[in-house]
Design a protein around this ligand. Structure first.
Ligand code: NAI
Ligand code: MG
Length: 499
């Protein structure tokens, strides 16, 4: 035998013995290539089918929150730009899109859906760069669901008279749509696809920290030959959004974001005759009964609050666990959290990416500190945070009482508040003890208990033995401070039709 081989064997032998336990089982880096997307140094507004600078030439930067590196300069739309965009949308509505037969509109929507699929890798990388979310989520959730929304609504465009809204439902006109930063492309798709299918034209205002995929979508619309003015994108901050929703040429306002801004918009729109839908915050209860399969429930808890760094309006941010199984469930949960990988959003193995902005990180820190100060017990798995960028470790608070701020306020980050209950009635009372009412989760083996709970929970969506499941055919929306109106399904179409 050659000496070299022997040496090799000697090296391998200890690995099979007790030293194997000390082996380094960390994943090797598996970054997705950044080269699949070209980011321009600057972007204009998309008005009347063209990319144009803001009238006053103003711009703002968008950053990669994982590194704080500026990605591009983006045009900052003022009132004059919003005015131009609304006028372009009006002309397109009156001359082209409104009169166009539904079957023709459908062809454009199918084309956009297919282009989203064809260019999905580009969209996924761009979304993860601009937002900080893990590539495995942008690749497997955001982009496929965005395409699914265009496919689904394309199917409705020529069947609106059979949708149950009377024989000839009409579009509303120009829709002004303001969206948040947590699912930038997906929220654009939720807003645009039903509006366009129903024959409205749109002015979309993306969030200021995540404008890039909406601008790439505008490019896709150009590529699909969508007539000029049917979609307009006015990038900018809150003042751009405010100019859009209060513009007299807008017939319908759709907003997703914070409850405070939602209330402001409701005041701005009151008495104008504009139609309004609001999708606001949440503080959902994820309820685990003693008969739930523990492994499945733990996966559901993790998915409920750590998906998208907890930047999810329907996040299961309050875990209600039945007292008799609380120790067992929390033990498993801690073990599971120890296996989550936090870091580079472009790495295919990353579970937890970056917090979207410094403002959001400050808010998460402030509320978590308040939780500790109010007497709840804070726990995080050992976790190295990168030096640059905005990061927060997965965090669990136990010993939380219903009056604590972390049990009442939306944290919108990877922070779980744990409460316990003894009886189903107590679970319902605690779950409903919130000003919000967007979603809830129930984990139990008994079908009858699922139905009993679903009838009593004041939430727009109740998931049973699963969490954070979305489908374009299924209406989504809230009660009370979570807003009103539904997005998705036949119900979602109603928001864009004069029936
Ligand atoms: P935000 O509500 O300020 O921003 C959402 C969108 O509204 C952005 O496009 C923003 O530019 C726009 N906007 C801001 N002020 C406006 C105004 N006066 N008129 C019209 N549009 C306006 O939310 P922000 O500050 O980004 O996040 C604050 C908190 O809101 C988060 O911590 C979270 O609790 C909640 N939130 C909830 C979301 C949801 O999906 N329901 C999404 C984003 C935030
Ligand atoms: Mg950004």
């Amino acid at each position: 035998m050659m000496p070299g081989k022997d040496a090799e064997r000697r090296e391998l032998v200890p690995m099979q013995g007790e030293l194997a336990a000390q082996a380094d089982w960390d994943y090797a880096p598996a970054p997705e290539s950044r080269d699949v997307v070209t980011i321009a140094p600057e972007y204009g507004l998309f008005i009347g089918g063209e990319f144009v600078p803001a009238a006053d030439g103003r711009q703002f930067p968008t950053l990669n929150p994982a590194t704080e590196e500026p990605l591009a300069q983006v045009a900052d739309a003022g009132e004059a730009d919003v005015d131009r965009a609304v006028a372009a949308a009006r002309t397109a509505y009156e001359r082209v899109w409104g009169p166009m037969p539904g079957a023709e509109r459908a062809k454009y929507l199918y084309r956009i859906a297919r282009l989203l699929q064809e260019r999905s890798r580009e969209f996924a990388v761009l979304e993860s760069l601009d937002n900080g979310k893990p590539i495995k989520e942008s690749r497997d959730v955001d982009i496929p669901l965005a395409a699914a929304h265009f496919f689904y609504h394309a199917g409705w465009a020529d069947k609106l008279e059979h949708a149950g809204f009377g024989p000839s439902p009409r579009p509303l006109g120009v829709a002004g749509q303001v969206i948040p930063w947590n699912f930038p492309l997906l929220m654009a798709a939720w807003k645009l696809a039903p509006a366009l299918a129903a024959g409205n034209t749109c002015v979309l205002k993306p969030a200021e920290t995540t404008p890039l995929t909406a601008l790439l979508l505008a490019e896709v619309c150009q590529q699909a030959g969508l007539p000029p003015g049917v979609l307009n994108v006015t990038t900018g901050a809150g003042s751009t959004g405010a100019a859009l929703v209060s513009h007299p040429g807008v017939d319908k306002v759709a907003f997703t974001g914070s409850t405070d801004v939602g209330k402001e918009i409701q005041r701005a729109v009151a008495g104008t005759g504009k139609r309004l839908t609001l999708e606001l915050g949440g503080k959902a209860a994820n309820i685990v009964f003693d008969d739930a399969p523990v492994e499945g429930a733990v996966e559901g808890i993790v998915n409920g609050i750590f998906f998208n760094q907890g930047h999810v309006c329907c996040a299961g941010s309050r875990l209600l666990v039945q007292e008799s199984v609380a120790d067992a469930v929390l033990g498993r949960l801690r073990d599971r959290l120890g296996t989550l990988r936090l870091g580079d959003p472009l790495d295919k193995n990353t579970d937890i990416g970056a917090i979207n902005s410094r403002e959001q990180l400050d808010k998460i820190r402030e509320l978590s500190d308040a939780g500790e100060a109010e007497g709840a017990e804070r726990w995080s798995p050992p976790c190295d945070l990168p030096e640059r960028g905005y990061w927060f470790p997965p965090t669990v608070f136990t010993g939380v009482s219903q009056s604590h701020r972390i049990a009442r306020e939306e944290i919108f980050g990877p922070v779980l508040s744990v409460l316990t209950f003894r009886t189903p009635d107590e679970a319902v009372a605690k779950a409903n003890n919130t000003p919000y009412g967007l979603s809830a989760g129930v984990w139990t083996e008994k079908g009858s208990r699922i139905l009993w709970m679903a009838q009593r929970l004041r939430a727009g969506v109740v998931w049973a033995n699963t969490y954070n499941r979305f489908d374009p055919a299924s209406p989504f929306g809230g009660y009370r401070e979570s807003g009103f109106g539904r997005e998705g399904g036949r119900h979602g179409l109603a928001a864009y039709l004069n029936a």
